[in-house]
Design a binder for this molecule. Structure first.
Ligand code: ATP
Length: 335
C-alpha cells in the first residue's frame, strides 16, 4: 500500500480515559511525517455522515490529561449494515482519506475489520476500560479505571471498618472480570466475584463469617456487574448483581450489609500516567504503520513493548483471566 497523504482518526464504543492522549499522539506523529489528519466525530456513525474535521497540532493542545474523547464516541447499528459500510467508504473516497486509525474495544475492531476487508488501510488501537481484548496486556483506560475503583474501595474500607460492616461493591464488567479482579486484589477485597468463575454465594458467606470470627473489622466483596446474569436471570427481586449478592449475604449471615454501585464514575477522570504513556506509544506506533504502508493491523502492549498483530488474527484470539492472580487474591484474604 502507498504511503497515505491524509488519514482519519475516530473513537468508538465506550469512552476510555487516555483516548485523548492517543488522539494527540496520532495527530502530532502524523504531522511530523507530513501526513494530514482528520478527526471523525462520533465514531462510525460520524464516518457515515461525513462528520470530519481537520486536526492541527493546536487542536490537540491541552488534552493529554483529559478523560473522555474530544472526538465524541457513539455506537452505530447502521454501520453494521452493507448500506452503512458503503456510505462510510463513499465518505472516505470523497475526502481522499487513505488511512484510518480506530480507537475502541472489541466491537470497534470488528467495524475496523470490515473496512479493512473493503480495502481501507486501518490500524486499530485497543481502548476500553474492560481490557477484554486478547492481543494486548493492556487497553487504554484500564489502568485508570482500576485506580478509580481502588480509590473508591479504600474510602469504603474506612467506613466499613468503623461500622464493622460488609460492603458489596459493584464494578463494571458485563462479560469480563478484569476490573473486579485487579481492583479487588489491589484493594484487599475478601471476595471477588467475576463472570469467568461461577459464583458460589455460600462460600462467600462462609468467608465473611470466618473473617469476623478471626477478628476482621469489615468485609469487602467486589462484584463485576455481569456476575450471575445467566444463573440468576429468572430470580425475583433486585436485578443488580450487587443487590442480589448483598441481600443473599444479609439473609444468610444476619450481618449488616451495604451496597455501593460505582457505575459510570469508573469511566471518567484524568488518565493515569501509565495510560497517558501507553496511549502516546500506541498512537505513535499506529501512525508509523500507516506511514509505512501497512494497514489491517492492531497495535498493542505485550510485556511493556509495542507489538502489532493482523486484525483478523487479533479478533480470533481469546482472552482469559490469570488464574494465579485470582488464587492470590483468595489466599491473601483467607487468613
Ligand atoms: P466497549 O468495549 O467499550 O463497549 P466496543 O468497541 O466493544 O467498546 P461496541 O458498542 O461493541 O463497543 O462497538 C462499537 C461500534 O463498533 C458499534 O456501534 C458498531 O458501529 C461497530 N461494530 C460493533 N460490532 C460490529 C460488527 N460485528 N461489525 C461491524 N461493526 C461493528
Amino acid at each position: 500500500m502507498p504511503r497515505p497523504a491524509r488519514i482519519g482518526v475516530l473513537t468508538s464504543g465506550g469512552d476510555a480515559p487516555g483516548m485523548n492522549a492517543a488522539i494527540r499522539a496520532v495527530v502530532r506523529s502524523a504531522l511530523s511525517e507530513g501526513i494530514r489528519v482528520f478527526g471523525v466525530e462520533r465514531g462510525f456513525q460520524g464516518l457515515i455522515q461525513g462528520a470530519l474535521v481537520e486536526l492541527t497540532s493546536r487542536s490537540v493542545a491541552d488534552i493529554i490529561h483529559r478523560g473522555g474523547t474530544i472526538l465524541r464516541s457513539a455506537r452505530s447499528e447502521e454501520f453494521k449494515t452493507p448500506e452503512g459500510l458503503a456510505k462510510a467508504l463513499g465518505v472516505l473516497k470523497r475526502l481522499s482519506i487513505d488511512g484510518l486509525i480506530v480507537l475502541g474495544g472489541d466491537g470497534s475492531f470488528r467495524g475496523a475489520r470490515d473496512l479493512v476487508h473493503a480495502g481501507v488501510p486501518v490500524v486499530a488501537i485497543p481502548a476500553t476500560i474492560d481490557n477484554d481484548i486478547a492481543c494486548t496486556d493492556q487497553a487504554i483506560g484500564f489502568d485508570t479505571a482500576v485506580n478509580t475503583v481502588v480509590g473508591a474501595i479504600n474510602k469504603i474500607r474506612d467506613t466499613a471498618t468503623s461500622h464493622e460492616r460488609i460492603i458489596v461493591v459493584e464494578v463494571m464488567g458485563r462479560e469480563a472480570g478484569y476490573i473486579a479482579l485487579h481492583a479487588g486484589l489491589a484493594g484487599g477485597a475478601e471476595s471477588i466475584l467475576i463472570p469467568e468463575v461461577p459464583a458460589d454465594l455460600d462460600e462467600v458467606c462462609a468467608r465473611i463469617s470466618f473473617a469476623f470470627r478471626v477478628g476482621k473489622a469489615h468485609s469487602i466483596v467486589v462484584v463485576a456487574e455481569g456476575v450471575g446474569t445467566d444463573a440468576w436471570a429468572d430470580r425475583d427481586g433486585p436485578k443488580s448483581a450487587a443487590m442480589y449478592v448483598g441481600n443473599y449475604i444479609m439473609e444468610k449471615t444476619g450481618l449488616e450489609t451495604r451496597i455501593t454501585i460505582l457505575g459510570h464514575l469508573q469511566r471518567g477522570g484524568t488518565p493515569t500516567a501509565l495510560d497517558q504513556i501507553v496511549a502516546s506509544r500506541l498512537g505513535h506506533a499506529a501512525v508509523g504503520l500507516l506511514a509505512a504502508g501497512q494497514g489491517g493491523r492492531v497495535v498493542t502492549m505485550v510485556k511493556g513493548e509495542v507489538r502489532t498483530f493482523d486484525i483478523d488474527e487479533a479478533l480470533a484470539m481469546r482472552k482469559s483471566i490469570d488464574p494465579e492472580m485470582y488464587r492470590l487474591a483468595h489466599v491473601l484474604s483467607s487468613i
